[in-house]
Ligand binder design. Structure first.
Ligand code: FPP
Length: 246
């Protein structure tokens, strides 16, 4: 951790946690065991990000497309989610982690929704780090949901069409109130964004590691952050314009 520059940390880290299935298949185990190990990796990364001083951590835990997986795997993931929340709630309180959920949460099984709501309520005043779980999440669906909401406000006369800007529209997304992720990590080697935070990652630095999610540990996180700290973020400007700003 001493290898990290405290003044150059990303504010918001987003992670596509891929490779649970492959981790299990390599060991001739059931995919669900891979997800269980993946849950342990979630515990570690939340703890590590909090210790390092990351303000926002967003994890892609279940996509809209994941509903099409075999029903046994879907139910196992929902049970794991509840188990994770109930087990981690005391540590979230201790470390002042505020839990948030993004996605079409109303599609989750009622019991998972209840546990999620309870944990969000209990942690709502915590201010150490915001942990957002993307559940039943899709980036395009989020934009469409945002369009429906803004269209509703236009109909009610609360918003004028000519007032729509990027900034205003952002407030209609699930991530309202959060800074955009400045760092996106994907495990398991695939060079894809898989419909994750499509609007919000416009300027994010992307880091892909071959490590499978269940194997992702503190050292991998630190290596990723060191890589982030070496990058020059230009936001469409030239290198010398950026240097002159400093
Ligand atoms: C990708 O692995 C992972 C998922 C679809 C779900 C992520 C879930 C967890 C990390 C565990 C539970 C999460 C919480 C928050 C408790 P994959 O199955 O797509 O792997 P593969 O591409 O190798 O098949």
């Amino acid at each position: 951790m001493e290898r990290l520059k405290k003044d150059k940390l990303p504010r918001h880290v987003a992670i596509i946690m891929d490779g649970n299935g492959r981790w299990a298949q390599k060991r001739l185990l059931n995919r669900v065991i891979g997800h269980e190990k993946g849950m342990d990796a979630v515990r570690r990364v939340v703890r590590n990000c909090r210790e390092i001083g990351i303000s926002y951590l967003t994890l892609y835990a279940f996509s809209n497309e994941n509903w099409n997986r075999p029903s046994r795997e879907v139910s196992a993931l929902m049970i794991l989610l509840e188990r994770y929340l109930l087990k981690e709630l005391p540590e979230m309180m201790e470390n002042s982690v505020k839990l948030n959920a993004i996605g079409r949460i109303d599609l989750l099984p009622p019991s998972a929704q209840k546990t999620l709501q309870r944990c969000m309520k209990e942690t709502e005043n915590n201010n150490g780090m915001v942990l957002s779980l993307a559940l039943s999440y899709g980036g395009r669906a989020e934009i469409i949901d945002g369009i429906h909401k803004i269209a509703g406000d236009i109909e009610k006369g609360r918003v004028k069409v000519e007032d729509i800007t990027e900034e205003l529209f952002s407030r209609y997304l699930y991530t309202d109130g959060m800074p955009d992720p400045d760092f996106l990590i994907r495990t398991s080697g695939e060079m894809r964004v898989s419909n994750f935070l499509l609007w919000q990652i416009a300027y994010a630095e992307i880091y892909v590691t071959d490590t499978l999610w269940p194997d992702f540990g503190e050292e991998d996180l630190i290596n990723a952050l060191i890589d982030f700290q070496k990058r020059e973020r230009r936001f469409g400007l030239t290198g010398s314009q950026i240097a002159n700003r400093r």
